[in-house]
Design a protein around this ligand. Structure first.
Ligand code: MN
Length: 420
């Protein structure tokens, strides 16, 4: 399943891995649930976080080896990913920090450009880590952080939960695991990190310091431009014996799904609060698992799909296009969604366009994030003449099992057929 980049390309002694969760089925398998239970499982854990358990210091596997004055560029096989990236980037680092006033932790994945042996610049989106950093910086203090590389798939997915400010994503990981996640206190600060992690970079986000970061090839397959960003000063690097270095290839399926699945779970619960007849939804791969949302409904009232479109625009600013389909259309199959648009949608009647709304800053066709929204009601009318909107079906076709039928044919028949 997973892709090993291995040691060959870089010549570095530490092996690199990527694509660990580049497939929805692998994600479901890691969670031990069927594919169709992915959203409900994630949503339940996000709504019912569970405490983690601290292991005694120095007993954590992630602290088996300690480097106090290492060059991060030499110690770790940090790859240069895209043609025009400014340099090597850590892309699978879970940045963990504590709220300076409450001590409650936050986990996020931030892209990290390596600037010097002990200094890295990072992009802080206007979310929780940024809020903690601003609290520290306003007092003229650094914010202690840990950059954790190489965690299990469940913790990786939990880190991407769309949670509230004082929700520790490691507690969502505990809930998803079904047992408390084992954490260890960092050697140089109070941040708690997953004890089983491969590599931990301990450091501080420095107050009042900015360095240039970028360009860097991001999830929409475009470069985000160079700008002055916050800086992490490295204090210490710890790792397991024989660690694996995890990198997320930007815009690869692992990158897209890690953001996509938690968003789907959140948007589904948001929509279902207002519309219990929303059955399923999917952030399409072609829309980089962020911009294009397909929603499957059991239609009960005319007009309601347009209300759903408007609610979906409000669920997350990244959503640019919404397509509503009936329950006979599989939202996980882009071809079926296109079929619904082709046969149930009329642009002069079923299209919703909203101009000058907030969209994704990384969409190059938007004007610094100011973007148009498009919604399509591709549901069939509730009442129609005869068979007008009845999807054709060959009775029994779903029950056909070709594998079973082939096994039933005796070998001599196949041999005779092949000989002809
Ligand atoms: Mn958070």
């Amino acid at each position: 399943g997973w892709t090993a980049i291995g040691t060959g390309m870089s010549g570095h002694a530490m092996p690199s891995v990527s694509g660990l969760v580049g497939n929805r089925r692998w994600m479901a398998e890691a969670l031990g649930v069927p594919l169709n239970a992915l959203h409900t499982t994630f949503r339940h854990a996000a709504e019912h976080p569970a405490p983690w358990a601290e292991v005694p210091q120095a007993s954590a596997p992630c602290q088996q080896h300690v480097h106090r004055n290492a060059d991060v560029r030499a110690l770790l096989p940090i790859p240069l990913h895209n043609e025009h990236d400014s340099g090597p980037y850590i892309t699978a680092g879970l940045v963990i920090a504590r709220n300076p006033s409450t001590g409650i932790q936050n986990v996020s994945i931030n892209r990290i450009q390596v600037n010097a042996p002990d200094r890295m610049a990072t992009l802080l989106l206007p979310r929780h880590l940024h809020a903690f950093y601003r609290m520290a910086e306003q007092k003229g203090e650094a914010l202690p952080v840990a950059v954790v590389i190489g965690v299990d798939p469940i913790t990786l997915l939990a880190s991407q939960a769309v949670a509230s400010l004082d929700c520790d994503e490691l507690e969502i990981a505990s809930a998803l695991h079904g047992v408390p996640l084992r954490v260890a206190k960092c050697l140089t600060n109070d941040v708690r990190v997953p004890a089983e992690a491969e590599i931990v970079i301990e450091g501080r986000l420095l107050p009042g310091v900015r360095e240039m970061e970028g360009p860097f090839g991001e999830f929409p397959r475009y470069y985000s431009p160079q700008e002055a960003r916050e800086v992490i000063q490295i204090d210490c690097i710890t790792h397991r014996a024989n660690p694996l270095y995890h990198t997320i290839v930007p815009a690869g399926m692992e990158h897209l799904l890690l953001g996509g699945i938690p968003r789907e779970a959140t948007i589904l619960s948001h929509l279902q609060r207002a519309f219990p007849n929303v059955l399923d939804l999917h952030l399409a791969e072609g829309g980089v698992c962020r911009y294009h949302l397909y929603v499957q409904i059991k239609k009960v009232r005319e007009g309601e799909p347009k209300n759903m479109i408007m609610a979906a625009f409000g669920a997350h600013y990244d959503i640019k296009q919404v397509i509503i389909v009936d329950d006979d259309v599989d939202v996980h199959d882009a071809e079926q969604v296109e079929w619904a648009v082709a046969t149930r949608f009329q642009a002069d009647r079923d299209l919703v366009v909203v101009g000058n709304a907030l969209g994704s800053i990384l969409d190059p066709s938007a004007d610094h994030g100011i973007s148009a929204k498009m919604g399509m009601d591709a549901t069939r009318p509730l009442k129609y003449e005869g068979l007008t909107f009845t999807k054709t079906r060959i009775p029994g076709e779903l029950e056909v099992d070709f594998a079973r039928d082939l096994r039933a044919i005796d070998r001599s028949t196949i041999a005779k057929y092949l000989a002809d």
